[in-house]
Write a protein that binds this ligand. Structure first.
Ligand code: KG4
Ligand code: ZN
Length: 336
C-alpha cells in the first residue's frame, strides 16, 4: 500500500498556510505565514487586509510547502482546503487556489470545516480514539464536541455569547496589550494572584454551555472604576483572576461532560489550547478525576491556525470518498 498524501490549504482568518500530510498523521511540511503584525495597529483582524495578504502569499506558501515536503504534484492524492467558518474574502482565496490545483493536476478536492481541523490537530500527535470529547476553544468558538467516530460531530455545549479567545482579546485591549491579547494575558497571569474573584458563569448549571460576556464586563468595570477613582490597578492580578475564572469553568464543564459521556479520550483544540493555565488545569483535573481517560493536547505550533490540521481532517474524508466539485464556495457561517 502506498502512502496517501494530501496538500492542505488554510486561509480562514489571518494566517496563510499550506501543508503536505501523509496518511492523515505525518507532517511532511506545514508552512504558516502570520499577518498578525499588519492587523495589530487596528486592534483586530481587518477583513480587507487579510484577503489582500492571502492573495499575495498563497502561491508562495503552497510552493514552499511542496518544496519542503519534497513531493511533486503527481505524487499527491488530493487537495484539501478550509471552506468555513471564517472570513468570506479570506476563505475564497484558499478555496480558489485549491480548485485551480485540483483542476490543473486532476486531483480530488476535499472541503474541510475549520473546527474539525482544529480537533484533528490531535491526530498529528497521537492516534485519536473514539468515543472522544473535544473542548474547542478559539477566537470565534467555544464548544464541547462529542465524537462517536471520526466523522461524527455532536455539539453538546457551546458559548451563549463571547468565545473564550474573543474575551481574552477584548480584555487585553482594555489593559493595553497588543492584539491578539490571549498570549500576553496568559504570560501576565503567571506573575499575579487571583485576588479579584471574578464570576464563574454557568459553572454549576446542569448543561454544557458557557458564557464569558459577564466575566468580560466585570473585568472591564473593575478597570474603569479603578481608573475613575484614580486607584492603582494590578494588571498581573487582574490577568491571573481572569484566567482562573475562564479555566475553572472550562475545566469543570469539560470534566463533567467527559464523565457523563464515558469517553476514551479527551482532546483540547483551537488557539486558546495554547493557554498554559488551561493546559495545566485540564491535565491535573484529568489525572485526578478521570485517570482512565487519555488526554491529548496539541503542541503550541498546532494550536493556532495551520494547514497541517486541515490535512489531518481531510484524510478521513479521503478514506470516505467525501469530495467536492468545482462549485465549492467559501462558507463563513459553516457549523460542524
Ligand atoms: O484558533 P485560532 O488561531 O483562530 C480562530 O480560529 O479563532 O485562535 C485565536 C485565538 C485568539 O483569540 C488568541 O488570543 C487566542 O486564540 N490565544 C490564546 C493564547 N494563544 C492564542 N488565548 C489564551 N492564551 C493563550 N496562550
Ligand atoms: Zn482557528
Amino acid at each position: 500500500m502506498t502512502n496517501k498524501r494530501i496538500l492542505a490549504i488554510e486561509t480562514s482568518c489571518d494566517e496563510t498556510s499550506a501543508a503536505v500530510i501523509e496518511d492523515g498523521k505525518t507532517i511532511l511540511s506545514n508552512i504558516v505565514a502570520s499577518q498578525v503584525k499588519s492587523h495589530q495597529r487596528f486592534g483586530g483582524v481587518v477583513p480587507e487586509i487579510a484577503s489582500r495578504h492571502h492573495v499575495e502569499q498563497i502561491t508562495l506558501i503552497i510552493e514552499e510547502a511542496m518544496h519542503e515536503a519534497g513531493v511533486r504534484y503527481d505524487e499527491l492524492d488530493a487537495v484539501a482546503v478550509t471552506e468555513g467558518p471564517g472570513l468570506v474574502g479570506a476563505l475564497l482565496i484558499g478555496v480558489n487556489a485549491a480548485k485551480a490545483i485540483a483542476f490543473a493536476h486532476s486531483l480530488p478536492l476535499i472541503a474541510v470545516n475549520h473546527i474539525k481541523g482544529h480537533i484533528f490537530a490531535n491526530q498529528l500527535i497521537a492516534e485519536m480514539k473514539f468515543p472522544l470529547l473535544s473542548l474547542v476553544v478559539s477566537g470565534g468558538h467555544t464548544e464541547l464536541i462529542y465524537m462517536s467516530s471520526p466523522d461524527s460531530f455532536e455539539i453538546i455545549g457551546e458559548t451563549r455569547d463571547d468565545a473564550a479567545g474573543e474575551a481574552y482579546d477584548k480584555i487585553g485591549r482594555v489593559i493595553g496589550v497588543p492584539y491578539p491579547g490571549g498570549k500576553h494575558i496568559d504570560d501576565m497571569a503567571h506573575r499575579g494572584e487571583d485576588t479579584y474573584n471574578f464570576p464563574r458563569a454557568m459553572m454549576h448549571e446542569d448543561n454544557y454551555d458557557f458564557s464569558f460576556s459577564g466575566l468580560k464586563s466585570s473585568f472591564i468595570n473593575t478597570v474603569h472604576n479603578a481608573r475613575q477613582k484614580g486607584e492603582e490597578i494590578n494588571s498581573e492580578d487582574l490577568a491571573t483572576s481572569f484566567q482562573a475564572a475562564v479555566t475553572d469553568v472550562l475545566v469543570a464543564k469539560t470534566i463533567r461532560a467527559a464523565k457523563e459521556k464515558q469517553v476514551e479520550q479527551l482532546v483540547l483544540a483551537g488557539g486558546v489550547a495554547a493557554n498554559k493555565g488551561l493546559r495545566h488545569a485540564l491535565t491535573q483535573a484529568v489525572e485526578e478525576e478521570l485517570p482512565d481517560v487519555e488526554l491529548l493536547i496539541p503542541p503550541l505550533t498546532l494550536c493556532g491556525d495551520n494547514a497541517a490540521m486541515i490535512g489531518a481532517a481531510a484524510f478521513v474524508q479521503l478514506e470516505n470518498n467525501t469530495f467536492s466539485d468545482f462549485s465549492l464556495n467559501g462558507k463563513p457561517g459553516l457549523s460542524v
